[in-house]
Design a protein around this ligand. Structure first.
Ligand SMILES: Nc1ncnc2c1ncn2[C@@H]1O[C@H](COP(=O)(O)OP(=O)(O)OP(=O)(O)O)[C@@H](O)[C@H]1O
Ligand code: SF4
Ligand SMILES: [Mg+2]
Length: 336
């Protein structure tokens, strides 16, 4: 799904946080550990995984908010891996972000107008009159109408869904090419989630924006994304077109995530299915070989616990990192 070239690409991206004890570094939290991923122009990629798997850290790295420890990030042809903050600020104008918590992410003492206008002011874009026009248009774009009514309100006067619309207006005000949306609907009621995701879709189509959509939730990933990357303990373990991955998951961890999706049918008393058994691994001392091996029912002793599986192409745009799918090249797709 390359609509018109890659907007952002990471190559073997690593983000390690030092663990300090008595002023000494005694180890590293390997939050992102060798992630290669691209997002095409106008494409939405969902990044899914359980808590602590490195999703937010990866998103922050794309925004230049955390320094990579290794690898590369290329944004629209420009290597932004080690950009100085003043240069990164210019690139960040072309990026927006929406966080999980619409209550915490908006400054409570500012009216909505000032909150939405802020990125324009920070980036010295336009005259006050020009900015006013852009802010009103953004409020209309996120369906906060009439915009004059909402512009003078304060965050506490709005509902959760309305606040998230304000956060989205602020994210798109500089007309960005990339929006990182980090669990943007997980704190909202189910009915409002669909409204907000529909709004994201409209914005994406109208402005050809690329999205990194970070979520725990397979159902919303299915609704909103074209490709999905499954992250486990700092690594991508499966990647591919969302519909294909959800209908035919290859990696045992993806299969477990899908099995854990509750059945929406309230008459099914088994609708809350089992969660992935076992605990998420330590990112300071991750398991040897395949990081999922202590929780995997298909573990191949002597291989999975020793050799790290590489992310390999299985068919079409499907990639998986699992020894179960490693075959001699002649036996793969097209040669069987
Ligand atoms: N600034 C930091 N300093 C040290 N460790 C950090 C920092 N930021 C994140 N981490 C660690 O990196 C790991 C990945 O965290 P991250 O927030 O990226 O996970 P996540 O997948 O977004 O989780 P969640 O679904 O709970 O939001 C965690 O172990 C976390 O404690
Ligand atoms: S590599 Fe082995 S342990 Fe890892 S997911 Fe595949 S079968 Fe399971
Ligand atoms: Mg997170």
């Amino acid at each position: 799904m390359n609509k018109s070239g890659n907007l952002i690409t990471t190559e073997d991206l690593k983000i390690y946080f030092p663990v300090r004890r008595f002023l000494r570094t005694v180890g590293y939290v390997k939050a992102v550990d060798g992630v290669s991923l691209h997002i095409s122009k106008g494409e939405t990629v969902a990044l899914v995984g359980e808590s602590g798997s490195g999703k937010t850290t990866f998103g922050r790295a794309l925004l230049g908010l955390v320094r990579p420890s290794g690898g590369r990030i290329v944004f629209d042809g420009l290597d932004i891996t080690d950009l100085e903050e003043k240069d990164m600020k210019r690139v960040r104008r072309r990026m927006g972000v929406v966080f999980q918590d619409p209550y915490a992410s908006l400054n409570p003492v500012f009216p909505i107008y000032r909150i939405v206008e802020e990125p324009l002011v920070v980036n010295r874009m336009g005259t006050p009159e020009e900015r006013r026009e852009v802010v009103m248009k953004a409020l209309e774009d996120v369906r906060l109408t009439p915009p004059e009514f909402f512009a003078s309100k304060y965050p506490h006067m709005l509902s959760g869904g309305q606040r998230q619309r304000v956060a989205i207006a602020r994210a798109i005000i500089t007309n960005p090419d990339l929006v990182v949306a980090d669990e943007p609907v997980s704190m909202l009621d189910a009915s409002i989630r669909v409204e907000i995701l529909t709004l994201f879709k409209e914005i994406q189509q109208r402005h050809n924006v690329s999205f990194l959509y970070i979520t725990h939730d397979m159902a919303t990933a299915k609704y909103f994304s074209e490709r999905i990357a499954i992250m486990y303990a700092g690594k991508i373990v499966e990647l591919g077109p969302t519909k294909e991955v959800l209908s035919d998951p290859l990696h045992p961890y993806t299969q477990a995530l899908i099995e854990a999706i509750p059945d929406p049918d309230p008459t099914n008393r088994f609708r809350f299915r089992k969660v992935t058994p076992g605990q998420p691994p330590s990112l300071i001392n991750p398991p040897s070989g395949c990081r999922f091996h202590p929780r995997c029912q298909y573990l191949i002793q002597g291989t999975c616990d020793v050799v790290e599986p590489m992310l390999i192409r299985i068919k079409g745009e499907r990639y998986v990192a699992c020894h179960l799918y490693e075959k001699p090249p002649m036996e793969r797709e097209g040669h069987q």
